[in-house]
Structure formats: C-alpha cells, structure tokens
Design a protein around this ligand. Structure first.
Ligand code: COA
Length: 326
C-alpha cells in the first residue's frame, strides 16, 4: 500500500520576541492574565518586509535539508495560510520560485488554523493516488500584520512563524494513516477579517474603522474548539481501530493551553504525550502544528514507528486531524 511518509520537517520563527511584559505597555493587560488564561509568555513578530513567503521558504529549506530532497524533485507545494504576502500570486508560487522547485505545482489553501492539516490531507491524497511522488506542505503566518494592537482580546494571543514537512510516496506501514477534515461556515463570524477583500475593499474609512484587522469571539470559540478537537481525535481513534493509549504523541494546534489540557484530560493522555510550545510562540495559526512537529522531531521526542496524532481547529470554522505512523 502506498502511503505518504514525512521524511523531513523544518520550521522558522522571526527573530523579534514580543513578551507579555511588552504587551502590558501597549494594551490594558497583565502577564499574569495572559499566562493563566492562555499559557502564552511570548510570541515572535516579523520585521517589516518579512512576509509569509519569506518565513515559508526558510522553513521549507530546513525540511528539504533534513529530507535530503532537492527542490527540483518536488511535484507539489501546498501552503496553508490566512496571511498571504498578497491576494495573488499565491505564497505557494512565491515559495516555488524562491526554492527553484521548477516542476512543482504550487498553490495555497485557506482553512484558518487548520490550514496545515488540510494541506497535509490534500497532498496525501495526491501521493496515495499515484499522481505525485514528492510533496512539500507548509503552514505559514504573518498574523502580526492583521492584528489590532489596540484589541487586548486578540493581540496577546497571536504570533508569526512557519513550519514545513516533506512527504514522499512509499510502500510500507509508515506514513499518514488517515486524515479527517470538517468545516462549518455558519460560524463564519466568530473569527474573521472583515476588510480588505472584495466585500469591504480597502478604503480610508475601512482602515479608520480597523476592519483590516482580525476579529474574534474568543469565548464562544473556546467551547466549540474543545468539543471539535476532541471529536476529531475520537473520530481518528475509531476509524483506525486504536485506543487512546496507543497514541505516542498528540501534536495539537496551539491556540490556548487550557484547550490543550482539556483535550488531554478527556483522552487520559499524560503530559509527556502532549506536545506544547504555546508559551514561546502563541497561536501561529496554520504554522503552529508544523512548528511543533519540527521541534518535537528535532528534540528526539519522536521515535520510529511512534503513532502521532495532529489535531487542528480554526477560522471557517474548520477542524481536522491526521494520524501518522512515524
Ligand atoms: N488582558 C486582561 N483582560 C482581558 C484580556 C487581556 N488580554 N482579554 C480579555 N480580557 C478580559 C475581558 O474583557 C473580560 O473582562 P470582563 O469580565 O470585565 O468583561 C475577561 O477578561 C474575561 O474575558 P473572556 O473572553 O471571557 O476570557 P476567557 O477566559 O474566555 O479567555 C481567550 C479569553 C481569548 C483567551 C479564550 O477565550 C480563548 O483562548 N479562546 C479561544 C481562542 C481561539 O482558540 N482562537 C483561535 C481559534 S484557532
């Protein structure tokens, strides 16, 4: 049976660190509030001119290096992002050009914080059906550029960064065992960027009204996130006929430490089986899972044949999972 195996991971975080203490000087908040409500201590912020494609290209190079795959060998590049450099061309095409991945088909997909898991699923299907052999999947975000630093309800949560994986189609028992994706557009108003698109094109008024910044109803999202993230984990467990205890490492979307802990508790997963790095980077949307995966991989937290479960949730709403035999 042909499966998509992850043969390289990479991540890239911008240099500038924005701490909770620095945010205390910008909005009415405290380090204590942020830490106890979210688990976040600091996040990374891009410099001016540093775009989502810049971060993505750096993360991709690291993943390709680890994989020993050259850009020319790539058949497909899928990029999950809600903060592209511009509406078009896609970040995928910009990354393709920067890498020199001449034969790869490249595109973006918009699935909020689930963008990486969606991308993994799309690439996996192309590899499994035999159309392509080598894929690059990236999650990349430059959220600081759409964050309202007058809105304490969102600006303390978000950060910038990028993560990538290289997949190859191989016969064997290792690789992506399943992906499950879900969407519910009826929750479109819980997390969105109202201005700047074709509905509310950028005008002086839309900028004055701060419509180009993302808006979020965190409280409502919190409850739906816990339920959806738990549901997709149970779905993956049932579909693959495994037990909670078979999971060696859960790599969840890093939106809020309390959400992660609630899911770990419901699944009876001990702390050491749940990867957490939200304290360093905040919520980096579609980049959070591939950054976490890369850190776990490079830290030696993943052994051959380990069973990894990735679960994501984000704007759309969207949610999904990927079960991977390493
Ligand atoms: N600093 C201090 N106080 C803050 C604050 C901040 N940064 N942000 C909000 N508050 C205040 C609120 O104004 C509110 O005050 P009030 O009670 O006087 O009205 C109080 O804290 C509680 O706000 P609430 O929104 O109920 O807090 P919460 O416990 O739900 O935590 C989030 C807020 C955003 C951290 C939490 O809801 C969350 O993480 N939600 C999920 C977000 C998410 O996953 N988003 C992305 C999906 S991928």
């Amino acid at each position: 049976m042909i499966r998509s195996r992850i043969v390289g991971t990479g991540s890239y975080l911008p240099e500038k660190v924005l701490t909770n203490e620095e945010l205390e000087k910008i909005v009415d908040t405290t380090d204590e509030w942020i830490l106890t409500r979210t688990g976040i201590r600091e996040r990374r912020i891009t410099a001016n001119g540093e775009a989502s494609s810049t971060l993505a290209t750096n993360a991709a190079r690291r993943a390709l290096d680890m994989a020993g795959v050259s850009p020319e060998e790539l058949d497909i590049i899928v990029v999950g992002t809600v903060t592209p450099d511009m509406f078009f061309p896609s970040v995928g095409c910009l990354v393709q050009d920067a890498l020199g991945a001449k034969k790869a088909v490249a595109f973006d997909l918009s699935a909020g914080c689930s963008g990486f898991v969606y991308g993994l699923s799309v690439a996996d299907n192309f590899l499994k059906n035999g159309q392509y052999k080598k894929a690059l999947v990236v999650g990349t975000e430059n959220l600081s550029k759409v964050t309202d630093y007058q809105d304490r309800g969102t600006c303390v949560l978000l950060g910038d960064g990028s993560g990538a994986v290289v997949l190859v189609a191989e016969e064997g028992h290792q690789g992506i065992l399943s992906t499950h994706l879900h969407s519910d557009g009826s929750y479109k108003d819980l997390l969105f960027q109202p201005g700047g698109g074709s509905r509310v094109p950028p005008t002086y008024e839309s900028i004055d009204e701060r419509l180009h910044y993302l808006k979020m109803d965190g409280n409502k999202l919190f409850k739906i996130a816990v339920k959806s993230l738990e549901d997709v984990v149970l779905e993956a467990i049932a579909h693959n006929n495994i037990k909670d205890s078979d999971i060696d490492l859960l790599i969840p979307h890093q939106a809020n430490l309390r959400i992660i802990q609630a899911i770990a508790k419901r699944l009876n997963l001990p702390e050491e089986k749940v990867f957490v790095n939200i304290h360093k980077y905040g919520n980096t949307s579609s980049a959070s899972i591939p950054i976490a995966l890369d850190e776990a991989n490079r830290a030696g937290r993943i052994q051959e044949d380990n069973l990894l479960l990735l679960n994501a949730f984000g704007a759309g709403l969207t949610w999904g999972s990927a079960l991977v035999r390493w």
